[in-house]
Design a protein around this ligand. Sequence first.
Ligand code: A3D
Length: 320
Amino acid sequence: MARKKIALIGAGMIGGTLAHLAAKKEMGDIVLFDIAEGMPQGKALDLSQCGPVEGFDASITGTNDYADIAGADVIIVTAGVPRKPGMSRDDLLGINLSVMKAVGEGIKAHAPDAFVICITNPLDAMVWALREFSGLPANKVVGMAGVLDSARFATFLAWEFGVSVKDVNAFVLGGHGDTMVPVLSYSTISGIPVHDLAKIKGVDASRLDDIVARTRSGGGEIVGLLKTGSAYYAPATSAIAMAEAYLGDQKRILPCAAYVEGKYGVDGLYVGVPAVIGANGIEDVVEIELSDEEKANLKVSVDAVEELLVACKGLEPSLA
Ligand code: A3D
C-alpha cells in the first residue's frame, strides 16, 4: 500500500511540531509548505535527521511551491500570523483572511481530494473562508479547536480532582473564542459526572466556575507567558488526533469546528460541535440535549462567529 501524504501549509511553530509528530507516528510522507524561503526546507532537513535516532522512515520535504502538495491525503493549515500579548484572535482577521485565500486556491488547484484541517485563527471564520476559497465539500474541511479546548478543560479538571487525565472526558461546544462553552453537564471522570464527583470530593462549585473561566482564556494565558506567539504543542497534537481519525476511519466523536446546517439552531456556519470523523471526513454532527443556560451560552458563541463572517464578507467581496 502506498504511503499516505500529509501536507502542512505553514511551517511555523505548529507546522514544525505537526511534522515531528506525524513523522514519529509514521503517518505518511510529509510536505512542509511555507512562503518563507528556505525555512520549510531547513526544518524538513532538521526533522529528517531525527529519523535515524527515533527510527522513522517518513520522507519530510520543505517547499515554497504548491505543486508539491499534489495528491495529499490530509492537509493541515497553520499559515498566517499568531497572537501576541494584548491581541484577541479576532485582531488577526484581516491578514489571515488574505492568507486563507491563497491557501484555499492552492488546495483547490493541487489537492482537491484532501481532508483539510484548519488551525489558523480566528478559527471559526478562517475555516469557513478556507472552505469557500477551496471549493471543497464541507465534510472535507474542518477546524481544530474543540479537541484542544477540551484537552485544556480536562487538564484543569484532572489537576483539581487529583486524578489521571486519562480518566477525564471534558466537553466544550461553540466557537473558539472567549465565548466558547465548556459544558460541565457532559463532562465526566471515569464515567462519573463532574458535578457528582465534586459533591463526593467536597470540591466547591466556585472552583468549577474558575476552571470553566480558565478554559475559556486558556489560549490567552499561554500567549501572556510566551510573549512571542501562541501555544503550539497541544494545538499540534490535537490536529494529529483528528488526522488519525480520518486516515484510520476511526469514527471518533471529536469536538471540532464542523459545518452545521440545521442542528443546534445553526444554519450554514462552522462552529464547535461533536462530530464523527471517519474515512468520509466529517460523517455526522451529533446534536446533544442542552439546558436553557447552555443553549443561551451557545447562542452567544454562535452570534460571535456570525459577526466575524460579516467582517470577512466586508473585507473580501468575493465571499459576500
Ligand atoms: P507561526 O509560528 O507564526 O507560523 C505561521 C507560519 O505561516 C509562518 O511560518 C509564516 O511564514 C507562514 N505563512 C504566513 N503567510 C503564509 C502564506 N500565505 N502561505 C503559507 N504560509 C504562510 O504561527 P503558529 O504556528 O504558532 O500559529 C499558526 C496559526 O495557528 C495562528 O493563526 C494561530 O493563531 C493559530 N492557532 C490556533 C489555535 C487553535 O486552537 C485554533 C491554537 C494555537 C494557534
